[in-house]
Write a protein that binds this ligand. Structure first.
Ligand code: FAD
Ligand code: SF4
Length: 510
C-alpha cells in the first residue's frame, strides 16, 4: 500500500458513485482510495447469498473502473472480520493525514468508522445522492410530533420544481394514488414485458463461486443472478423500464400474481441504493416520458412519489431518529420470527409465494413486503428486531436506512405512528382482492373461525381487539372498530379463540 498519503478516501459498498463528495478534489498524486469486502458486513445479519453477490460484484466492477482511470486504489478482497478493524489497519499502513468518507447509509457503520479512525482526522462529507439532506429534513420535522409523507412530498415537489406547472401540481392534483391500486382481472396480467436481467460476466461469476463456497449456509441462492452491477447496466435497466413498463406500472403498482414476481415494477432499488443511479436522473426520465406523452400522468407521478417522496422521507426519518428508532416497540411485541420466513414452508399460499420468490430472486415488490409478509408479522406480533433483521438480510436492495423505517415504522407501527398515520393491518380479504394467491391456498379466505379458515382473518380482529386502547381513537380505523362493535359477542369470542389457537400453534413451530 502507498504510504504517507494526504487523504485516504474510503468508498463503501453502497457508495459506488464517482460524483460522491469523498472524491471532491481527489489528487491521484497524493490521495488513495480504499475499499474493503469485510465479511462482517455479510454476517451481522444473515445476508442472503444474492444480496452478498450484488454488493461484492458491484464493488469489484467499480474498483475495476477506478483502476482503468488510473485512480490509485487499495482494494481488500473478502477479508474476515469487521470493516472497522480493516480500516484501522489501513490507516496504520497508509498513514494518511486525513480520512475522507461520504456519509454512510447506516448509523452503525458511521459509529464504527469514527472509532476506527482514532486520532486521524475523519471528514464525513454530505451524501449528495439524496435530494433532501439531513439538516433540511430536520428542519422539516422541527415542531412536528408526527410526520406525514404527503406533506414532505409536496414540499419536495415545490422545492425541486418536479411535475409542476408554475406553483401548481401538474394535472391539478398532488397525487393519483387512487389510480394506482387496481387488481388484475381473473385472467391475470396477461403479457408482461420481461425484466431486464444481465448475464454475469467473468467477474460476477467469480463472486458467485466465492459466495457459494464461503456463505453456503446463507439464505437463498447466489445464482441465477441478473441484477445490474455497473452504471452502464443500471442506465440500461432504467431506459427499458421507462420505455416498456412505466406506463402500466401506475395502475397495477399494488397488484400481485402467482408466478409473476417482476410485473411492471422498476427493479431499480438495488442500483439506486448502491448509487449506480442517481435519483434525479431516474425522476427526470419518468417526468420526460410523461411530458412527451409516452406514459400517463398517474404512472409518472406514482413512480416519482416513491422516489422523491417515500425514499427521501424514510431516509430523513432514519437519520433524525437513530439510534433510538431501532429500539422502538410501541406494541411491546416479542414473538420470535417463525421459521418459515427462512424457508417458505407454510400452508399459507400468499406467504409461501412471496417468501419463495424472495429467497430465489432477492426481490419482492412493495405490497408483497408490506401486505403479505409484513401484515402477517404485524398481526402475529413479531418482535421488531427479528423482523427487521429478516428484511435486511433477504433483499438485494436491503440497506438499513431504508429497510428500518419501512419495517419498524410502516409495517409494524412500532414507532407509535411517527412515520405513518395508521398500521397497515388487513384481513385475508385484501390479499384476495389484490392477488390470485387465495385460489391456490388450502385455507379458505371466506372463513374466519373454522378449522380451515384463513389465519389472516381471525388474526386481524385479534390485533384490533388487543390494541383497542391505543388504536380505537385513530380516525383511519374508525370503520373497523365500528364493525367490531356491531359484531355479536359470541362472534368476537370465537375470533379471539381462533387467533389464540393459531398463535399457540405458531409458537410450537406449527
Ligand atoms: P418500484 O415499485 O418500481 O418503485 C420504484 C422505486 O421507488 C424503488 O426502486 C425504490 O427506490 C423506491 N421506493 C418504493 N417504495 C419505497 C419505500 N417504501 N421506501 C423507500 N423507497 C421506496 N426498499 C429498498 O430500497 N431497500 C430496502 O431495504 C427496503 N426494505 C423494505 C422493507 C419493507 C418491510 C417494506 C414494506 C419496503 C421496503 N423497501 C425497501 C421499499 C420497497 O419495497 C422497495 O424499494 C421496492 O419494492 C423495490 O422494488 P422496485 O425497484 O421494483 O420498486
Ligand atoms: Fe393467504 Fe389466507 Fe389467501 Fe391463504 S386464504 S392465500 S393464507 S390470505
Amino acid at each position: 500500500m502507498k504510504t504517507n498519503r494526504r487523504h485516504l478516501v474510503v468508498v463503501l459498498g453502497d457508495q459506488l458513485d464517482r460524483d460522491a463528495a469523498a472524491f471532491d478534489g481527489f489528487d491521484p498524486a497524493q490521495d488513495l482510495v480504499w475499499m474493503c469486502e469485510a465479511v462482517e458486513e455479510s454476517t451481522h445479519v444473515w445476508s442472503s447469498q444474492q444480496r452478498i453477490v450484488m454488493f461484492l460484484s458491484a464493488m469489484r466492477h467499480f474498483a475495476a473502473a477506478l483502476r482503468a482511470d488510473g485512480v490509485p486504489l487499495h482494494y481488500e478482497s473478502l477479508r474476515e472480520g469487521s470493516l472497522a478493524d480493516a480500516l484501522r489497519e489501513a490507516i496504520a499502513q497508509a498513514r494518511p493525514q486525513r480520512v475522507r468518507l461520504t456519509q454512510p447509509g447506516d448509523w452503525r457503520v458511521l459509529q464504527a468508522l469514527r472509532q476506527a479512525a482514532g486520532p486521524t482526522p475523519l471528514d464525513v462529507l454530505e451524501d449528495r445522492h439524496f435530494l433532501c439532506n439531513t439538516a433540511r429534513f430536520a428542519s422539516h420535522a422541527r415542531g412536528r410530533r408526527q410526520l406525514r409523507m404527503e406533506h414532505f412530498y409536496r414540499e419536495m415537489r415545490r422545492r425541486h420544481g418536479l411535475l409542476m406547472e408554475g406553483d401548481q401540481p401538474c394535472g391539478g392534483a398532488w397525487n393519483f394514488d387512487a389510480d394506482n391500486r387496481a387488481p388484475f382481472g381473473p385472467d391475470g396480467p396477461g403479457f408482461l414485458p420481461p425484466p431486464t436481467r444481465f448475464d454475469p460476466d467473468a467477474s460476477t461469476q467469480a463472486v458467485i463461486a466465492l459466495v457459494q463456497a464461503r456463505f453456503a449456509g446463507h439464505p437463498g441462492q447466489a445464482a441465477p443472478f441478473g441484477w445490474p452491477v455497473t452504471r452502464a447496466q443500471a442506465l440500461e435497466a432504467l431506459r427499458v423500464f421507462v420505455d416498456e413498463r412505466l406506463a402500466p406500472f401506475g395502475r397495477w403498482q399494488d397488484a400481485m400474481w402467482t408466478g409473476e414476481p417482476w410485473l411492471y415494477h422498476a427493479h431499480l432499488s438495488a442500483a439506486l441504493n448502491l448509487k449506480l443511479l442517481n435519483p434525479r436522473e431516474v425522476i427526470a426520465a419518468a417526468e420526460a416520458a410523461w411530458r412527451a406523452g409516452r406514459v400517463p400522468l398517474a404512472s409518472a407521478e406514482g413512480f416519482i412519489r416513491q422516489i422523491l417522496g417515500w425514499r427521501e422521507y424514510v431516509r430523513g426519518i432514519y437519520w433524525l431518529q437513530m439510534p433510538d428508532y431501532a429500539r422502538r416497540n410501541a406494541f411491546g411485541n416479542d414473538r420470535p420470527l417463525p421459521e418459515f420466513y427462512w424457508t417458505g414452508r407454510t400452508r399459507m399460499n400468499c406467504i409461501r409465494q412471496v417468501i419463495g420468490q424472495t429467497l430465489e430472486l432477492a426481490y419482492a415488490h412493495h405490497i408483497q413486503r408490506l401486505m403479505v409478509t409484513g401484515n402477517f408479522a404485524l398481526l402475529a406480533g413479531i418482535a421488531p428486531p427479528a423482523l427487521c433483521d429478516w428484511y435486511l438480510a433477504v433483499y438485494a436492495d436491503a440497506c438499513e436506512w431504508v429497510e428500518l423505517p419501512n419495517t419498524l415504522g410502516m409495517v409494524l407501527h412500532a414507532d407509535g405512528g411517527y412515520l405513518g398515520s395508521k398500521p397497515y393491518c388487513a384481513s385475508g380479504q385484501y390479499i384476495k382482492r389484490m392477488s390470485d394467491y387465495c385460489q391456490g391456498c388450502s385455507y379458505s379466505v371466506a372463513e374466519s373461525t373454522t378449522e380451515n379458515a384463513c389465519p389472516f382473518n381471525a388474526l386481524y380482529w385479534h390485533f384490533l381487539m388487543r390494541h383497542r386502547d391505543g388504536l380505537e381513537g385513530n380516525h383511519r380505523l374508525r370503520m373497523p372498530y365500528r364493525n367490531l362493535e356491531r359484531m355479536d359477542a359470541d362472534k368476537r369470542d370465537a375470533l379471539w379463540a381462533q387467533a389464540e389457537g393459531f398463535l399457540a400453534k405458531l409458537d410450537r413451530g406449527m
